[in-house]
Ligand binder design. Structure first.
Ligand code: SF4
Ligand code: SF4
Ligand code: SF4
Length: 577
């Protein structure tokens, strides 16, 4: 029996909405159907860009519900260090975020940082490592790649012995990033997560290539995660008057830095040059970054360059040092003026000397921050296995994996973490399935277009059920469900106070800010239980029971309304078999 409900439209014309007072169980419409809907989760574009393949849509969903435990566990499945990455990762995830096409990208790294901090102050966030399986791995280097390899290998049941030549863990994180970007307590707090039965740290242990053969007798695999530890020197007359930038950052971190006042030229355009210049500002000096190309070509992350310039660092572009002369208490640095030349095959702009044009810059000190390279002994180009972030060679019948800076061309903390993860998974496949399975199985673990790999998929978690290679771009989001909400601005020290201290410049979101920002996320490609599909189904064929939503195929007539209405493309329409 139908009943009419009378409503008033805005212009007072009656609207008649028919409403059934019985259920529709008698009307089986399934026989009409030639296509059928299916719940099918996919990959969000942010996850596709994250080198670690973090399941960001799921993280934001739990974070917005204040379910911090599950949000953090979702990150820790793919990334051992959310509080660190939330501070130092260059967050390529945000450049791919669909929300930018409506208003502004989600502040993914600020949310990650909040959750990482929450984990540090909450002992329930510790990892439940599995039992040891009896096999042992030796890891050379306790930087990001080595720590990540140890974490994922331990999660797979391997005992890991880490050999580190310095007296602490962290590598570049501990020695090459200033505390105003990454405080000690955050770094040591997250590394504590690895302090478990089965991960053994051995400090002040410098390993050489010759020792690897002997070490191989005690381990089933060796992971070389030494990082680029050899500073590249300026090859010009007077180079002996320069100070090494990485070493200076290390000294600052240990409170052992020399006093550097006056004008200090910092040569280079990478993140180290930026970190050195910002540190010098805090030490009372006047840093000038001298770079041989323009700002657009600087390898440093754009947001770090912005931060340095905002704080008062001066940037001199298209100048390349050719000579440094010492004159009493000053240095005279002669600089070649550069100009743009042709482009390489890959489209990179080349800079060449602009005739004989040069200028002289009087400075008190010169810091060289033009990069670092691997120590010669780790060089190799004959691989038995070559992957995106690690390479392997059998040495005396022991697989030796080259990881982190030793193999990846993108030398960021996050790529180093991804490298350690890839090496741990590749070794597990090698051990359990043999060398021929590594490439094909790793390919199945890729998130989106790769090369990021998912540990959750490898562990046969829920993410395995997704169509992981399908990426939900903005055209696939039902934008009608979302309205403009400006991004939440993060708290930071004021410009006046930040230069008086090495305290963190960015203090992050408080809880309400974090929830507000996480709630802006579309949760692209995953089902967040919004129930829109069930509400809109004209046949009432979608049922919610036992904590899951399912489609009654006897009543679904395959109209596809549920799929069209799903705000986040978490359903597919398939042709009837
Ligand atoms: S690790 Fe970096 S890229 Fe990945 S989610 Fe975190 S901030 Fe984004
Ligand atoms: S809206 Fe959320 S899930 Fe979608 S791309 Fe942005 S952060 Fe990722
Ligand atoms: S409409 Fe909502 S409940 Fe239905 S599949 Fe999409 S996200 Fe999940």
């Amino acid at each position: 029996m139908n009943q009419s409900i009378q409503r008033q439209s805005p212009n007072n014309v009656s609207l008649l909405i028919s409403q059934s007072r019985t259920n529709t169980l008698g009307n089986k419409t399934g026989t009409w159907r030639f296509v059928r809907p299916k719940y099918q989760e996919k990959t969000a574009p942010c996850s596709n860009e994250c080198p670690l393949g973090v399941d960001i849509a799921t993280v934001e969903m739990f974070a917005s519900r204040k379910d911090y435990q599950r949000a953090l566990q979702a990150i820790l499945m793919e990334n051992p260090f959310p509080a660190i990455c939330g501070r130092v990762c260059f967050h390529p995830c945000e450049s791919a975020c669909n929300r930018q096409f409506l208003d502004q990208s989600i502040g993914i790294h600020h949310i990650e940082r909040f959750l990482g901090n929450w984990g540090l102050s909450n002992k329930h966030s510790q990892i439940n490592y599995p039992r040891l399986n009896g096999a042992k791995i030796g890891i050379i280097g306790a930087g990001p790649a080595g720590l990540s390899a140890a974490y994922f290998a331990r999660c797979l049941g391997y005992q890991c012995d880490i050999f580190e030549k310095s007296d602490k863990s962290g590598g570049l994180l501990a020695m090459g990033i200033p505390s105003f970007r990454l405080p000690d307590h955050t770094l040591t707090g997250e590394i504590q997560r690895l302090n478990t039965d089965g991960i053994q740290f051995n400090y002040k242990q410098s390993i050489t290539m010759d020792q690897l053969d002997t070490m191989g007798q005690s381990y089933e695999a060796l992971f070389l995660c030494c990082g680029d530890a050899l500073p590249i020197s300026l090859n010009i007359a007077g180079a002996m008057h320069t100070i090494d930038g990485l070493n200076l950052l290390r000294q600052i971190r240990k409170h052992e830095a020399p006093v550097l006042g006056g004008t200090v030229a910092v040569i280079g355009g990478g993140n180290t040059a930026i970190d050195v210049a910002r540190s010098l500002l805090r030490m009372g000096a006047h840093p000038i970054i001298v770079y041989r190309r323009t700002r657009n070509e600087m390898p440093a992350h754009p947001h770090e360059i912005d931060a340095a310039l905002d704080e008062g660092v001066v940037l001199k572009e298209c100048l390349s040092p050719i000579e440094i002369q010492k004159e009493s208490n000053q240095l005279q640095m002669r600089l070649q003026v550069m100009k743009s030349g042709e482009k390489t095959n890959k489209g990179r702009q080349i800079y060449v000397p602009d005739g004989n044009h040069s200028e002289t810059m009087p400075v008190n000190h010169v810091v060289s921050a033009i990069g670092a390279e691997m120590e010669i002994m780790w060089r190799n180009d004959q691989w038995d296995l070559s992957m995106s972030h690690c390479q392997m060679k059998n040495k005396s019948d022991i697989p030796v994996f080259w990881c982190g800076d030793l193999t990846t061309s993108e030398k960021t903390v996050t790529h180093a973490l991804a490298s350690g993860k890839q090496a741990a998974i590749a070794f597990d496949i090698l051990k359990n399935k043999g060398p021929n399975e590594i490439h094909s199985l790793c390919h199945k673990l890729e998130v989106g277009t790769g090369p990021a790999m998912s540990f959750e998929i490898y562990r046969q978690g829920k993410r395995k059920q997704r169509s992981n290679s399908e990426i939900v771009n903005f055209e696939r989001v039902n934008a009608a469900y979302f309205h403009n909400i400006p991004a939440v601005q993060v708290n930071r020290l004021s410009q006046d106070t930040c230069l008086d201290t090495f305290d963190e410049v960015i203090s992050g979101f408080d809880e309400s800010q974090m929830i507000k920002e996480a709630s802006r996320c579309f949760n692209c490609g995953i089902c967040n239980d919004c129930d829109t599909c069930r509400i809109f189904c004209p046949e009432m064929a979608i049922q919610w029971d036992q904590n899951s939503r399912h489609i009654l195929m006897d009543y679904c007539k395959g109209c596809g309304i549920c799929i069209a209405e799903c705000p986040r493309d978490a359903m597919n329409l398939e042709v009837e078999p």
